[in-house]
Design a protein around this ligand. Structure first.
Ligand code: PLP
Length: 461
């Protein structure tokens, strides 16, 4: 492989997401990393360097890399029928089988699945479903969607608006109208002095209630949230949070959209984050783990309650006018069935629960007393280290020191991918669910050496 040719072609022609364009174009950032292979929890680059992937790509390769069963299922479907659409009631065996499976396993009382290609487009669909549902109910004003500060729901026009971090909006003319934001569930930074987790959850629910009443419940259609806040900081909900929040939503007839794009399919050690936290969502968004990233596929899962209104309204409004060329793509469905077969056969959720508990304990044992770690948190196979300047006073580090980014870079040099999360000084871990306890030990040992290295550099000034 001609490395310099690939780098040159790439630099000249690829618009990379989340990349400083000038630094990349000028070469200041160095060459692109050319990824050539993957096996288990490791990827390999073109130079032959093997990296342990402590973030499963972008929290998606749950079954690990190189699973030939999935590649074979994809090839088989491509040979038999590479494509047909699902408009006007067309289907395939793989799609019908997958949909039945998802309806049976999804949290809440699921009825139907609408398919897309990404978490972002699935959340666009969810917004349209909320608007459609309330139009059909004769409630045309009940349309606003409440999201949370630090929530991440995608990058397209409306899903990007639902994302509650301003740097995803800046210079892009977002957010779009019709989105409201309420406080994040980040107990560590947002709790008041002396406020315990339950009191914090009650306060967040009271704030949500006040927001809905201020706007007018007749104008609020839905609340969207990740069961465990992901990109905003890998933050499990504080005690009692979902109970309190759901009571407010029910009081005001506001739908709950559970964005399970990260949490779904075992990441938290339960089948879905919603099942872990007693959530009863009306709409559920899935992507990532559904195919473990082997091919793009997402789903907007619709509950019986929402579907009933859609079905009852059909004689009045005609057909459901929403769909993509690739909705329910047969190759995506075949890949998802093969992935879910592996998850079931290998008890991956159970594995994530036990190895995840081990990982959380080991993270705490290794980092809880570290001078620059304010909080070690996580659930199942997702963890975060929150770096601070002063643990006792809970003061933030100077952002210009870029501590998490430096630790992430140091880890990478030692052969580990751990993600400097985009908002705050946070190092995130979300390895493939197949990771073993020995690999967890290795991952944490590299992370620990990397934290120590950057602490030493900071001490040396
Ligand atoms: N929702 C959540 C919770 C996510 O974490 C993501 C992506 O990280 C998305 C939605 C968007 O998914 P995609 O990047 O596939 O559009």
């Amino acid at each position: 492989m001609d490395i310099s040719k690939i780098s040159t072609l790439d630099r000249a022609s690829v618009l990379h997401p989340f990349t400083q364009l000038k630094e990349f174009a000028s070469g200041k950032m160095g060459d692109p990393t050319i990824v050539t292979g993957g096996k288990g929890v490791h990827i390999t680059d073109v130079t032959g360097q093997r990296l342990m992937d402590g973030f499963a790509g972008l929290y998606c390769v749950n079954i690990g890399y190189g699973r030939t069963e999935v590649a074979e299922a994809i090839a088989k479907q491509a040979h038999e029928l590479a494509y047909y659409h699902t408009y006007a009631a067309h289907t395939t065996e793989q799609l019908a089988t997958l949909s039945d499976r998802l309806v049976r396993m999804a949290p809440g009382k699921a009825s139907k699945v609408f398919y897309g290609m990404s978490g972002s487009d699935a959340n666009e669909t969810q917004a349209k479903l909320v608007w459609y549902y309330n139009n059909l109910r004769g409630l045309p004003k009940k349309k606003k969607i409440i999201s949370r500060e630090r929530g991440y729901h995608g990058c397209s026009v409306f899903s990007g608006s639902l994302t509650g971090m301003s740097f995803y909006h800046d210079h892009m003319d977002l957010p779009f109208g019709g989105v409201l934001y309420t406080g994040s569930p980040h107990y560590y930074w947002n709790a008041e002095v002396g406020e315990d987790e339950r009191a914090f959850s009650r306060r967040r629910a009271a704030e949500l209630n006040a927001l809905i009443e201020r706007e007018g419940p007749e104008t609020v259609g839905a609340f969207i949230a990740e069961p465990v806040l992901g990109t905003g900081g890998i933050t499990p909900p504080p005690a009692g949070y979902w109970e309190e929040i759901q009571a407010v939503l029910q009081r005001h007839d506001v739908l709950l959209i559970a964005d399970e794009v990260i949490c779904g399919f075992g990441r938290t050690g339960a089948a879905f984050g919603s099942s872990l936290y007693g959530m009863e969502p009306d709409l559920v968004t899935v992507a990532k783990g559904l195919t473990s990233g082997y091919i793009p596929l997402s789903g907007a899962i619709v509950s019986e309650k929402v579907f009933k209104v859609m079905e009852d309204g059909a004689d009045r409004v005609g057909s459901f006018s929403h769909g993509y060329t690739y909705s329910g793509h047969p190759i995506g469905a075949a890949a998802a069935n093969a992935v879910l077969d592996i998850c079931e056969r290998d008890n991956l959720t159970e594995h994530a629960r036990t190895v995840g508990a081990y990982m959380q304990q080991k993270m705490t044992d290794t980092f809880a007393q570290c001078d620059i770690v304010g909080e070690v948190r996580g659930v199942g196979m997702m963890s975060a280290l929150e770096f601070v300047a002063d643990r006792g006073k809970k003061t933030r580090l100077d952002p210009s020191l870029k501590v998490a980014a430096r630790i992430s870079a140091a880890a990478r040099k030692r052969g580990l991918i751990a993600r400097a999360m985009p908002h705050g000084d946070i190092l995130g871990f979300a390895p493939p669910l197949v990771m073993t306890t020995a690999e967890v030990d290795e991952m944490i040992s590299i992370a620990s050496a990397s934290v120590r290295q950057v602490m030493d550099e900071m001490a040396a000034g």
